[in-house]
Design a protein around this ligand. Sequence first.
Ligand code: HEM
Length: 166
Amino acid sequence: MGRSLLLWSLLALSACATTSGATTEDAKPADDKKVAAAETKGDAKAEAPKKLFERLGGKPAVEAVIDDFLGRVAGDESINSGFAVGHVPRLRQRLVELVCAATGGPCTYSGRDMQTAHAGMKITNAQFDSLVGHLVATLDKFKVPSQEKGELLGLLGPMRGSIVEE
Ligand code: HEM
């Protein structure tokens, strides 16, 4: 359908991703460095443990993760049909805010709560699982260590009950 093509293109553009569907391995090689940088910085001082936000690499890393993730979502017809064309930049911004705030970063989430935002979309567990799968693929691409990956997924997992309606 023309509409879904348009949606797809816009999502892909917004995400600065390649247009090769779910495969975005070569999309933004520089981003690997942004995300991986968090691993190599190390703790100069043995102070309080760093927040997940910092361990992920801060705002540039979170933005790179969301962009790659949205590129994958855009290429997945089982979940992309509900996204409104004009809302993708706003969605991107809110996802960045959400992840930034949830991981202890200096951001305020300005969107609706998860239940309100997804009410009536009839999102299924399978769709939720697909979305998590895309996020895992993104985190693996950026070589996010399993500790940080687990912590991030652990923050998002409990949202399932507010998002899925089946
Ligand atoms: C952990 C899982 C998820 C998180 C963290 C999440 C997060 C968000 C956020 C932050 C927004 C923006 C809310 C606002 O604008 O006030 C949003 C909107 C939306 N989400 Fe989700 N979401 C999740 C799962 C899903 C799934 C599984 C689907 C569909 C299969 C989905 C479809 C949508 C749609 C269609 C919108 C509205 C986009 C628009 O306004 O154009 N979400 N989501």
